[in-house]
Design a protein around this ligand. Structure first.
Ligand SMILES: C[S@@+](CC[C@H](N)C(=O)[O-])C[C@H]1O[C@@H](n2cnc3c(N)ncnc32)[C@H](O)[C@@H]1O
Length: 240
């Protein structure tokens, strides 16, 4: 439906008279000594508007956005929060490689799937997976400080994530979905081990530029289900 805003101008005494009679809301746009400029959402009988403006009506999801008041954040229902401590580990969500994974995770993960996050850093991807309805979630990182951050963050978010100090070679099980936001040099070393750690889908990220993408695709040896790019970085989805 199209809404319109009618803008009028009256001397103050006439405006206040109208205001006293008017039952609907009046928006005062400018109040001066000689006139008042105001707007209504319905035309006034017998008065020519200065302007008629089109009013954009926002859909509820755009109108009710997250609201921050000092240290409080009010979120609309349906937005799934992940709280991350800005500690020593990688993974605040500011980096494009992390955001690629967060996006692909929402497109490819199904509720109840088991999930392994390799190179978890703060645990951001593992926590996001759990928040989105994953079943068992295991997060590994060889860096003990990352494991500590992952544990701290999962606890703070009340999310059950198993955070382990480990490398892919230490994991013997396989999971429905694998997340690995690493880098090309690590993929050269680890990709063959990562292949046996997932049953359905793997999301790989941390590949920068066309050159690295071509190199990664050669290592992979098959066509990914999806390639997504952001700020020069690439995220890939591989299915079995
Ligand atoms: C780019 S960060 C990703 C952090 C987080 N998952 C994210 O998406 O923001 C890569 C992480 O991989 C870890 N890492 C480095 N070498 C690794 C290896 N061989 N296997 C598993 N993780 C590794 C690092 O300690 C680091 O925390």
């Amino acid at each position: 439906m199209d809404y319109k805003k009618y803008v009028y101008k009256l001397p103050p005494e006439e405006f206040y008279l109208l205001l006293a009679e008017q039952e609907k809301g009046v928006e005062v746009l400018w109040e001066g000594e000689s006139f008042v400029e105001f707007a209504l959402y319905e035309p006034l009988e017998g008065l020519e508007p200065l302007q008629v403006l089109k009013v954009e009506v926002l859909p509820p999801e755009r109108a009710f956005r997250p609201v921050r008041v000092k240290n409080l954040m009010v979120l609309p229902e349906g937005i799934k929060p992940v709280v991350v401590r800005q500690g020593v580990a990688f993974g605040t969500g500011l980096h494009a490689t992390t955001r690629l994974c967060l996006s692909l995770l929402q497109d490819f993960m199904e509720e109840g799937w088991s999930l392994l996050d390799v190179g978890t850093g703060t645990g951001i991807l593992a926590m996001a997976g759990k928040r989105l309805g994953a079943g068992r979630v295991v997060a590994i990182d060889p860096d003990p400080q990352a494991v500590e951050e992952c544990r701290h963050n999962s606890r703070e978010n009340c999310l059950q994530v198993e955070c382990l100090q480990a490398k892919p070679e230490d994991i013997s099980e396989s999971f429905d979905l694998l997340l690995a936001n690493l880098e090309l040099e690590i993929f050269k070393e680890e990709l063959h081990r990562l292949e046996r750690l997932f049953k359905k889908v793997a999301i790989f990220s941390g590949i920068y530029g066309r050159g690295e993408l071509e190199h990664f695709l050669k290592l992979l040896g098959r066509k990914p289900a999806k390639i997504k790019s952001l700020e020069g970085w690439y995220g890939l989805v591989v299915s079995k």
